[in-house]
Design a protein around this ligand. Structure first.
Ligand SMILES: C[S@@+](CC[C@H](N)C(=O)[O-])C[C@H]1O[C@@H](n2cnc3c(N)ncnc32)[C@H](O)[C@@H]1O
Length: 309
């Protein structure tokens, strides 16, 4: 079993609304929209929930201003695909007068889309963040907040009584590459108990080799339907910065790759920072027909051939 990863220095307030949040949250909203088409109850499990909502005027958010290259330009963008409208309208609904200050975390986005019959299980290990979550959802009877290690809580909780649902795994990656092993171990345990659950993992892209190694291990793990979407704004050749990020989905809803493709193309177009830009969409296992496949954002404009993992 991989070593436990329990460093707790990370505060999401420094990164709220950055390009990584935008990919993760647009994907989360798309998944929940697809899953709530059926009336039967759902269970949403967030293993690393954070605070639930963030003030972009806080000293932490202002010190990094990461929303300036994430949610802010996207809110200004024109002619966005339908797949982004619900997410962006949820962000707008928390901010009056056209001024962006409040940015929702994954628990608040999920709570906004889930129905009376659904349930949310939020795990957050850091005490202040867990207290913020409890305050935010104090009157919402659908929500349970657990100040627990999400990697331990997830396998213990599944399958949920609803038998349908979505798990978001969104670790801080303080342990860098080592965290990938902990995640895979947790995912395999949870999947063995609940093979029909939908799982969404966010991961950072710094060095290409680290991610390629992880993809190989996932592909060999015996999980049949795994789709990966990646957005890189910089070349993935240095561990010193966040060059891009990815979403790894187990059991995505039918044809969800089409939704992801339109999200990726829009984000690449509107969030590109220099000449480099790369999006990738491919199945690590269980390839389905009709997928759009991987493609560089703008051939011949500094983009590299897509990585086929
Ligand atoms: C990237 S943030 C989560 C952001 C949130 N999912 C969102 O999208 O709004 C990661 C969070 O995980 C918490 N954390 C770190 N290790 C944890 C663990 N083992 N179990 C549960 N929470 C953990 C951190 O305190 C931090 O708030």
């Amino acid at each position: 079993m991989p070593r436990r990863v329990l460093a707790l220095n990370y505060r999401h307030a420094y990164h709220a609304g950055n390009f990584a949040d935008v990919l993760k949250h647009a994907t989360l909203v798309g998944l929940l929209e697809a899953l709530t088409v059926k009336q039967t109850p759902l269970c949403y499990i967030d293993t690393h929930a954070g605070s639930g909502r963030y003030e972009l005027s806080s000293p932490q958010a202002r010190s990094t201003d990461e929303a300036a290259s994430g949610i802010r330009p996207l809110l200004e963008a024109q002619q966005l695909p339908a797949s982004l409208h619900v997410y962006l309208n949820l962000v707008r609904s928390l901010n009056s007068g056209g001024h962006l200050n409040v940015y929702p975390g994954s628990p608040l986005l999920a709570a906004s889309l889930l129905r009376e019959q659904d349930r949310l299980v939020l795990a957050e290990l850091q005490s202040e963040e867990a207290a913020n979550l409890r305050d935010l959802f104090a009157t919402d009877r659908r929500v349970g907040v657990h100040r627990r290690n999400g990697y331990e809580l997830l396998p213990a909780l599944v399958p949920p009584k609803e038998r349908r649902g979505l798990v978001l795994i969104d670790p801080p990656f303080e342990a860098q590459g080592e965290e990938f092993d902990v995640i895979l171990h947790c995912l395999q345990k949870a999947y063995a108990r609940w093979p029909t659950g939908v799982y969404a993992l966010w991961y950072p892209i710094k060095l290409k080799e680290t991610v390629t190694r992880f993809h190989r291990k996932v592909a060999a793990a015996g999980i049949p339907k795994v789709l990966v979407a990646e957005l890189c704004l910089h070349a993935d050749d240095t561990a010193l910065r966040l060059n891009g990020c990815g979403m790894l989905l187990v059991n995505p809803p039918y044809r969800f790759e089409r939704t992801l493709e339109s999200i990726l193309q829009s984000l690449a177009k509107h969030l590109q920072q220099g000449r480099y830009g790369r999006t990738t969409l491919n199945w690590l296992s269980g390839e389905q027909t009709g997928r759009p496949g991987a493609r560089p954002k703008r051939p011949g404009a500094g983009s590299r051939p897509p990585r086929q993992s």
